[in-house]
Design a binder for this molecule. Structure first.
Ligand code: ZN
Length: 290
C-alpha cells in the first residue's frame, strides 16, 4: 500500500532536491524503476557550494605538491592529499544534515541504499528495492574496480582523461547492464553503449538530435523521463511510454506530484539540449584539480 502521508512529507523536505525526491526515491518506491543513482555532493541541495568548500580546503595542499620536485616526497604528499580529500568528504558531505536526510528517507520508505566512492571527494548513492538488484550492483561495482585497475596499469601519458577516469563508459556490456538496472529502455541503452564504443560523443549526439527536431516539431519532454538519461532518439517510443506511465502513476497519488514531474522532465530535456556546454564547464573545473 502506498503511504500517501509519508510521500507528502517527502515532497516538502528541503534537504533533498525535488528531482532526487521524485526520480530517485519515489519512482523506486513505486516499483517503476528498479534502482536509482545520484552523485554526491553534486546532487545535494547547494551541491556546488559544498564542492567549493572541499576545494578550498584542498587547493593549498595541491599547490604545495606541484612545487615538490623530489619524486618520493611527491608520491607521499599525493597519498596524504588523498587522505585529506576523503576526510573532507566525510566531514562536509557524509556528516551533513542533507546527506543524513537521504539516509532517513531511504529507511522510512524501506529502500535499500549503497554508497560507492568513485574518487576521494565524489561518491555515488544508489537506492533500490530488492536484494537481487543489490547483488547485481555489487557485481557491477566490482567489475568497475577491475576495469579501473586494468586501465591504471596500462595507462599512457597521452591517454584521454575521460577514458582514464571512467573506463567503464567504454565497456559495452557494463554500460548495458548498468543502464537496464537504472530502468532505461533497451534501445536507448544499446544506442548509448554502441556510440561510446565507436567514440561518438553521446552528449553531443543527444543535443544535436533535439536541435534538429526542434526546428520543425515539438519534442515530448516525457521522453526525458529521468535526469541525465539519453534516449536513442527524441522520438523514442519506449522512453516516452515510460515517461507517460510514470506521470500517470504520480498524478494518481496527487496532481501536485504530477505537475512536479512535468516540470522535472521539461528541465531534463533542457539539460540534455545543453549538456555539451554543461560538461565543458564542469571539465574546466575538474581539470584544474588532481
Ligand atoms: Zn530508445
Amino acid at each position: 500500500m502506498i503511504r500517501t502521508q509519508i510521500l507528502s512529507d517527502l515532497i516538502i523536505d528541503e534537504k533533498l532536491l525535488d528531482r532526487i525526491k521524485v526520480e530517485n526515491f519515489l519512482l523506486v518506491y513505486l516499483n517503476l524503476r528498479p534502482c536509482s543513482r545520484m552523485n554526491l555532493p553534486a546532487e545535494l541541495p547547494k551541491g556546488d557550494s559544498i564542492g567549493r568548500e572541499i576545494d578550498e580546503q584542498i587547493f593549498p595542499k595541491w599547490g604545495q605538491i606541484q612545487s615538490e620536485t623530489d619524486p618520493s616526497k611527491r608520491l607521499a604528499a599525493i597519498a596524504s592529499l588523498k587522505r585529506d580529500m576523503r576526510d573532507a568528504f566525510e566531514t562536509i558531505v557524509l556528516s551533513s544534515e542533507h546527506y543524513k536526510a537521504h539516509l532517513n528517507w531511504a529507511k522510512k520508505l524501506e529502500l535499500h541504499s549503497r554508497l560507492v566512492a568513485v574518487r576521494p571527494t565524489v561518491s555515488e548513492f544508489y537506492l533500490y528495492n530488492n536484494r537481487k538488484i543489490g547483488n547485481r550492483l555489487k557485481r557491477l561495482m566490482r567489475e568497475r574496480e577491475r576495469l579501473k585497475a586494468k586501465t591504471y596499469k596500462n595507462a599512457t601519458p597521452t591517454m584521454d582523461r575521460v577514458r582514464f577516469t571512467y573506463p567503464e563508459e567504454f565497456e559495452g556490456s557494463w554500460l548495458k547492464e548498468m543502464g537496464r538496472t537504472l530502468g532505461y529502455p533497451d534501445c536507448c541503452v544499446d544506442a548509448y553503449a554502441s556510440d561510446r564504443r565507436k567514440g561518438v560523443n553521446v552528449e553531443k549526439r543527444a543535443s544535436q538530435q533535439i536541435e534538429k527536431i526542434e526546428q520543425h516539431a515539438e519534442i515530448e519532454p516525457l521522453t526525458y523521463f529521468i535526469g541525465y538519461f539519453f534516449p536513442c532518439s527524441p522520438n523514442c517510443k519506449e522512453a516516452l511510454s515510460k515517461g507517460k506511465e510514470f506521470h500517470e502513476r504520480l498524478c494518481v497519488i496527487s496532481s501536485k506530484l504530477g505537475d512536479l514531474y512535468s516540470h522535472l522532465v521539461a528541465e531534463n530535456l533542457r539539460n540534455v539540449r545543453h549538456q555539451p556546454e554543461i560538461i565543458s564547464e564542469y571539465r574546466k573545473r575538474a581539470n584544474s584539480y588532481p
